[in-house]
Structure formats: C-alpha cells, structure tokens
Write a protein that binds this ligand. Sequence first.
Ligand SMILES: NC(=O)c1ccc[n+]([C@@H]2O[C@H](COP(=O)([O-])OP(=O)(O)OC[C@H]3O[C@@H](n4cnc5c(N)ncnc54)[C@H](OP(=O)(O)O)[C@@H]3O)[C@@H](O)[C@H]2O)c1
Length: 250
Amino acid sequence: MARRLEGKVAVVTGGSRGIGSAICRELAAEGAFVYVNYASSPDAAQAVLDVIRGSGGDGALLQFDVSDREAVSKALGGVLDERGTVHVLVNNAGITRDTLLARMKEEDWDRVLDVNLKGVFNCTQAVLRAMMKARWGRIINIGSVVGAMGNAGQANYAAAKAGLAGFAKSLAREVAPRGITVNVVAPGFIETDMTKVLPDKIKEQLLGQIPVGRMGTAEEVAAAVSFLASDSASYITGHVLHVNGGLLCE
Ligand SMILES: NC(=O)c1ccc[n+]([C@@H]2O[C@H](COP(=O)([O-])OP(=O)(O)OC[C@H]3O[C@@H](n4cnc5c(N)ncnc54)[C@H](OP(=O)(O)O)[C@@H]3O)[C@@H](O)[C@H]2O)c1
C-alpha cells in the first residue's frame, strides 16, 4: 500500500517521549521526514530518531523550548531554509503543574499556559506563511479530554487545552482556502510518563469511568494524528477528535 506521507516534512514538538515519540515513529513510517523536537531529553530524542532510521525512515533532531519564541523562530526558520515548507506541524509538547486553584501559584499558571498554549501560537506562526505559500498543510494540536470536561486540580491545564480548540477552530477558518487544515486530537488517559505519576487510587477511579476499560496507548493517539495528516482527511478541519476509550462521548 502507498505510504500516506511520502515526500512530506513533519515537525513534532515534544517528540522525545510519550505520545510525541509515537507520533514521530508513525509519521516516519508513513514516509514523512520527521523533525523530532525536544526540550530537555536529547538522549530520548536520539533514541526516537534511531528507531525511525532503523525502520527505514528518516528525520532529524530539533532542540527548542516551545515557549521560547526566539528559539522557535530560529529553529523552525532553519527548517524552512532547508526544506522550503513544513507540511505537517504537530503541536504535542505539553506539561502539567497540577494543584487546586485555591493553592495554585502564579508561576504554575503561567508556565502551563506558556508551554501548552503560547507554544502552539509560537510554532504555528513560525511555519504558517510557508504553509500558506505551499497551499498545503496540516496543523494538529494535541489537546486533552480535560479541555472538554474539566478536572479538579487542573484548571491551568484545562484552560490551555480548551484554548487549543478555540485556536484551531479560528485558524481553520482563516487558512482553509489555502489547503491547510487545523484540528485537535484530544487524548483521554494514555500510558506515558505524564500519567505514570498519578497515584494508584486515582488511576483505579479513572479506569472505572472508561468504558473501554483500560488506559490508551500512545500509538492509538498517533494513529488518529496520522489520519488527520493524510490527504484522506482533506475535508476535516476545525474538528476536535477524541481518542479516549469512551470516557467522554461528544
Ligand atoms: N498522557 C496522557 O494521558 C495525556 C492525555 C491527554 C493529553 N495529553 C497531551 O499529550 C501531549 C504529550 O503528553 P505525554 O503524556 O506524552 O507527555 P510526556 O510523556 O510527559 O512527554 C512530554 C513531551 O513534551 C516535551 N516538552 C515538555 N515541555 C516542552 C517544551 N517547553 N518545549 C518542547 N518540548 C517540551 C518533552 O520533551 P523533553 O523531555 O525533551 O523535555 C516530552 O517529549 C501533551 O500535550 C499532553 O498534554 C496527554
């Protein structure tokens, strides 16, 4: 079968671990040249690239903190100089700083909004002009079920993730005539480092609310991203695609 992203250039933020690393592997398996972005885990990012190359794919590493506008612009500007455009941008990098709002420090609010929401603005704006010129593009933001249903202790995270949906729906309208789609993939509870830290009691409670009866895998999220990145999804834009085992049915 023909690979869906042959000849395409993809950038995945936070590609060094968890969901992002699975997205990098999946897009590369579909034929894309994948830039694996990382902030602070060079060895993990290199391991992702090694797996990609070991499977016959190709890519490169790209270090920057998505919240650092200057660093983003420099790194993605370099990609554009080299490749002309970025066909697929996956805004996956994300962090949590969980605590009840009454106790939330301003820095916990600011850091989560800076990485999870402003990071998406920074990365998207850095590639948008080139994408518009190329008249083909896919922007896929990794949101969260929490952005749609809320979660005690995650007001900062939920606000950022809900913001991504508003961002995608607005930008989708701006760039649709240029052949660019903008969507959100909203995972439920997925087995990664981010959820490893949850206490067993919370995990058990959560599992009880998931009709499929288990946490999801990073590969199951990556499969949704790969579909939205493909030509097959050209008529889907401004959409939030939930990958949550039925935890929230919308
Ligand atoms: N796991 C879940 O259950 C779940 C559910 C819903 C949504 N999500 C979302 O899915 C995305 C990935 O989550 P995950 O579970 O895979 O997280 P993870 O295992 O903690 O990995 C986070 C990734 O983001 C990168 N990152 C963090 N801050 C960054 C920054 N400032 N700039 C660039 N990269 C940065 C990390 O890179 P370094 O290690 O190099 O710093 C790492 O590769 C996030 O947006 C998260 O909110 C996750």
